[in-house]
Design a protein around this ligand. Sequence first.
Ligand code: SAM
Length: 291
Amino acid sequence: MSDLGRRPVAEPAGHSSTTLKRCCAAAYDHDAVKLLVGDPLHPGGAQLTERLGRILNLGPQTRVLDVAAGRGASALILAARFGCEVVGLDYSWRNVEAARHQAGEQGLDGMVAFYCGDAERLPFADGDFDAIVCECALCTFPDKGAAAAEFARVLRPGGRVGVSDLTRHGSLPRELEGLEAWIACIADARPLEEYSALLSAAGLNVGVKEEHDRALIDFVERIRLLLLTAEIMVGLKKVELAGIDLSVVKDIARHALAAAKAGNLGYAIVTATKDNDRSSQPTGDEVRARP
Ligand SMILES: C[S@@+](CC[C@H](N)C(=O)[O-])C[C@H]1O[C@@H](n2cnc3c(N)ncnc32)[C@H](O)[C@@H]1O
């Protein structure tokens, strides 16, 4: 395997890879996340998840793996919209339990299943899935090359993967380089071309690439409003945000919005297919603006 994605397996500031994963999982299974970020936990929300599903040609015959599924919002959207079977995997047990609960509430527990595990060591057999989605999470994995190799391993020949993630261009202010910014999907985000190269290095054939930068700006603007609301509610003692320093989160959101508006942060989709079977797959290999 190439060295791509293996660069920062123990950053920032010397945090081990396990610490990074645990901190990320703990941040996203905190009770306050829904209040501060919403759900799904990625730019573009349900609309961009459906777009990914359409590009990947999901349908009732497709068995899909959602890597880093959070509380299951995207898995449930895909199952309801495309009739596919979806297995969601997340590093956090709390998120897995919340996702299972949501599936039951929505009457979709016959179509979806959720498990706890690590994207860099997927607990599934070779060739187990027709399709994989991974939204707003590859940027947080310390060993991105290992995760991409795992995507390739658990896909059947002809299977396809769709990644959507934050993209980063050039240098960012130091407020967007620390552990909190890593967890916020910013510090270790890569340019779109690097995500493509990671999938290629794992032996996959890159297909569609789409830039959705506006979705990131809208997402961060919405988060800033949610933070304002949360601050007021904390002041009124209506909610408690144990363990969360709102001023740090607000600072990151402010800098992230400026970076997104300056074009240094964006959001993008990249898809790839296993082997060379592209008969039913998209073949565009140029960067496209959102249609
Ligand atoms: C920004 S959230 C995205 C969740 C979901 N994909 C969505 O878009 O709503 C990142 C998620 O990645 C999970 N995660 C982080 N590192 C992981 C790993 N190594 N393996 C599996 N899940 C991981 C976290 O627990 C969290 O739920």
